[in-house]
Design a protein around this ligand. Structure first.
Ligand SMILES: CSC[C@H]1O[C@H](OP(=O)(O)O)[C@H](O)[C@@H]1O
Ligand SMILES: Nc1ncnc2[nH]cnc12
Length: 284
């Protein structure tokens, strides 16, 4: 579980343990918290670090996913605050996002690269099974949930201009945020089924007659709905099994590598010992 702006303080887990895990991709946002929720093992990471110290562009998305994979995570659920680009997506409601437009421009967005080139499919970036469970859990927790929606990820840290906000609407985006990319890309490269529950906190700035969004608007909606977010995770845990059926995402790297075996860089292979352990085996 990766918690965004609304879950910076973490979640209540039974037998919680804080573990600092290191990664060949650098510093993750902080230590992970592992424990159980309704009997299911959860590992939690606060995306922006303790006290929301890390801006969206400086989150080390690669290290975050790498350490979760290292901890044995098999499925990744993300909670994010978003602006609404549609009248009917009202602040306080939830959207189980299923598509993305990436407008970020200064982030490391792959575990692979020179000496180990890989191309995974991102056509269906969200795991339908996990997303369906998350939407049902949010509904059971008392949330108003919209199933499906397109999230445009901006670089930030500034909110958008009115012209940009109107353009994203014209592109077909439904909600706007600063963090889902490259998280979604990296989860797929790490063969982790991913689902994102977005909490709508504001109307961004496309409504001409209204002032643009401010952080205080976002925080007041997040605080007012914090209980629903926590209850959602609890309801979600009841739906998860400790051992689940296989998913095609578990083998997303199967046909992804294009670099010839003899041309592969051993250092690159050793760096992906966790994210691609199924393909290359674990490091000694
Ligand atoms: C607090 S307003 C902007 C901030 O909130 C969202 O964070 P997250 O996705 O981690 O919940 C947005 O993406 C920005 O980082
Ligand atoms: N309007 C908005 N734009 C970008 N990120 C956000 N997070 C919450 N509201 C947002």
């Amino acid at each position: 579980m990766i918690g965004g702006s609304g879950l910076a303080a973490g979640i209540d887990l039974e037998d919680a343990q804080e573990i600092a895990v290191s990664s060949p991709f650098g510093e993750p946002s902080g230590p992970v918290i592992t424990g159980r929720l309704n009997g299911v093992r959860f590992t939690f990471l606060a995306r922006h670090g303790a006290g929301h110290r890390i801006p969206p562009s400086q989150v080390n998305y690669r290290a975050n996913i790498d350490v979760l994979k290292r901890c044995g995570v098999t499925d990744l659920v993300s909670l994010s605050a978003v602006g609404s680009l549609r009248e009917e997506l009202v602040p306080g409601q939830f959207v189980a996002v299923d598509q993305f437009i990436d407008r970020t421009n200064s982030r490391e967005n792959s575990f692979f690269g020179p000496g180990l080139v890989a191309h995974v499919s991102l056509a269906d970036p969200v795991c339908a099974r996990l997303s369906g469970m998350l939407a049902a859990a949010a509904h059971e927790a008392g949330g108003q949930v919209h199933t499906g929606g397109c999230y445009v990820a901006i670089e930030g840290p500034q909110f958008s201009t009115r012209a940009e906000s109107r353009m994203y609407r014209a592109w077909g985006a439904d909600v706007i945020g600063m963090t889902a990319m490259p998280e979604v890309r990296l989860a797929r490269e790490a063969e982790l089924p991913y689902a994102l529950l977005a909490m709508v906190t504001d109307y961004d700035c496309w409504r001409e007659e209204e002032a643009g969004v401010e952080v205080t608007d976002v925080l007041s909606v997040l605080h007012a709905n914090a209980r629903t977010a926590r209850d959602t995770l609890s309801a979600m845990a009841l739906k998860l099994q400790n051992l689940r059926d296989p998913s095609p995402i578990d083998t997303a790297l199967e046909h992804a590598f294009i670099t010839a075996p003899e041309a592969r860089d051993p250092e690159m292979i050793s760096r992906v010992d966790a994210v691609a352990c199924r393909v290359f085996g674990e490091r000694d």
